[in-house]
Write a protein that binds this ligand. Sequence first.
Ligand code: PLP
Length: 379
Amino acid sequence: MKLFDVYPLMPINIVKAENCKLWDENGNEYLDFYGGHAVISVGHTHPHYVETIKNQLDQIGFYSNSVINKLQEELAEKLGKLSGYEDYSLFLCNSGAEANENALKIASFSSGKKKFITFRNAFHGRTSAVVAATDDPSIVAPVNETDNFIFCEWNNVDQFEKLFFANLQDLAGVIIEGIQGIAGIQIPSQELMEKIARLCTENSVFFISDEIQSGYARSGKFFAHQYFGVKPDIITTAKGMANGFPIGGVLVSSKIPAKHKMLGTTFGGNHLACAAAIAVLEIISNENLVEESLQKGKYLVQKLNEIPRVKEIRGKGLLIGIDFEIPAAQVSKKLREEFKIFVGSASNPLTMRLLPSLTISYPEMDYFISSLNSVLNSI
Ligand SMILES: Cc1ncc(COP(=O)(O)O)c(C=O)c1O
């Protein structure tokens, strides 16, 4: 059987990793400034992470959600403490799309309504409702088409307010990324975030923050929306949550009651996934990775600002978008082939995304900067 060919692959077979380094089958070493798409939060094969998963596997890897699982409770407690959301409750699932899908269901069940405001160029995943919340026709199949999503221009506060009141009767929620990721690291304005928070609270509409890419310490705060002093009703997480072990989470405000049967999953919150996610939170806490991400991000941005052919830099913490005047793919290819560095792309072909592990070192950042400088001077 062949693989269903949906990805344009780089001709590289990665077989081993340690912290921010990767090795291919020929022994070539790469520096990982991509983190497998913002997934590697605490470094590849972190000893505490590996040991925790191995120990858990010796005990039990999986049992169903029909029995008590103390690891889920431990994960919820630790996540509550570290994120500042101790009064919220946690629903566990397996991926980012699934987390958002469940967030929309919670808002819809609880309000009895079915419309959502979403933003242009957002990305919320590829499953049924969430793919319809993404205005990219190349990923929305006819079966996913619905008029339940209303698209607002990014950072257009007046348009948001008009759409909000024009649809209020049917409006279950507003979904927005803490910082737009695939769109090229686009930061919402303070005014927009405050407006969403205020209008949602005043009108009993649910505010959903998609923190799948921008959360879990990556932005230099635990969640990116915390930069704006707002408190969403529902927050979704995945990617960095278990450093590559599949898991997703929905944090739900105490004002939203749970009901049996409204949500469910076979694999979500299994013992092994919880052990991996607990290890990640312990490492984030022990190694002070929220603050580390903030400081390292500042350092990178300062160094990037010194490079003349960089047109624009956006970002917070280790979630950084760089615009060039030439296609970013040209720069990335040279970085990969000549300097053995992986970086991320974005929907804008001129934008490069940096999403390294929060454990990246200062010498590694310096190597990236000098390599980028050389590449740009050679094009
Ligand atoms: C902001 C955001 N939301 C949702 C998703 C979907 O997550 P997953 O691929 O785990 O389904 C992604 C993935 O890139 C994302 O960046």
